[in-house]
Design a protein around this ligand. Structure first.
Ligand code: URA
Length: 245
């Protein structure tokens, strides 16, 4: 092989690794490359067996400067998730919007303020729970995340759940519910009843963005929130009103 052919082949190989999200070549002995504990699509076993349980910090490290899907090209910041690593309650949204992309934090825009208001009405603070999304980078124009993007990312969320082991998960909206439960049923059919996610109670409910468009549905979300509080053995701090402003 001539030098120029060799160089061209190397460039092609490097492009493939770059597209796969590698930041360096997988040279035998480089543990970082060969010890990947998260295979995004394959974290399907029961939460307490199969995959190794990692700390949130280790999961963040594994995510690195992720380029596993096309969303990396348009993101400003990755939104890993935030809250207590011992949270008993976890909220899962679909993906960052413009404000979240700007700040690198989940649910900080208008829908986020409504979610924070719900959490507070439940007698909790954001720091008490854990908040994350199905995908960690903003889909351009706030479109729904596409199947390949969900597949590339959801393993990290599942590892976060395995690390936190919450007692209850609230799935916010259709996209989050369908992705986490691997179902095609719409949120209207699923909300309001606990579902099982690997032994964890999962409550699907409406997404806060839906509540911004349909404020009357806040009372429905509040009834779902009361069931969540009951499952956690917590008192509802206020008489059943609704989610907030
Ligand atoms: N909507 C989501 O689903 N997630 C966020 O973090 C913000 C808005």
């Amino acid at each position: 092989m001539t030098n120029s052919k060799f160089a061209a082949t190397m460039v092609e190989i490097l492009k493939v690794y770059d597209a796969m999200g590698f930041e360096f070549l997988p040279i035998p002995g480089r543990d970082e490359v060969f010890s990947s504990k998260i295979e995004p699509e394959s974290v399907t076993g029961p939460i307490d067996s199969g995959t190794e349980v990692m700390t949130l910090q280790a999961i963040r490290q594994e995510l690195g400067n992720c380029k596993r899907c096309k969303l990396h090209k348009t993101r400003k910041n990755m939104v890993f998730g935030e809250g207590s690593s011992n949270a008993r309650l976890m909220f899962i949204g679909e993906g960052p919007g413009a404000d979240e992309d700007e700040q690198g934090r989940p649910f900080v825009g208008r829908a986020g303020k409504l979610l924070t208001s719900l959490i507070n009405k439940m007698g909790l603070r954001r720091e008490d729970v854990y908040i994350a999304n199905i995908v960690k980078c903003r889909p351009p124009g706030n479109r729904d995340p596409e199947q390949d993007e969900v597949k590339a990312c959801i393993g990290f969320l599942k590892s976060q759940i395995a690390s936190i082991t919450p007692e209850v998960i609230v799935a916010l909206g259709t996209v989050a519910t369908k992705a986490i439960l691997s179902t095609d049923k719409p949120i209207t059919r699923l909300r309001g009843e606990f579902r099982d996610y690997k032994g964890i109670k999962l409550m699907p409910t409406y997404h806060p963005s839906y509540l911004l468009r349909n404020p009357s549905a806040k009372t429905i979300v509040w009834t779902d929130a009361l069931k969540v509080l009951k499952a956690l053995g917590l008192e509802a701090p206020e008489p059943a009103e609704n989610v907030g402003t």
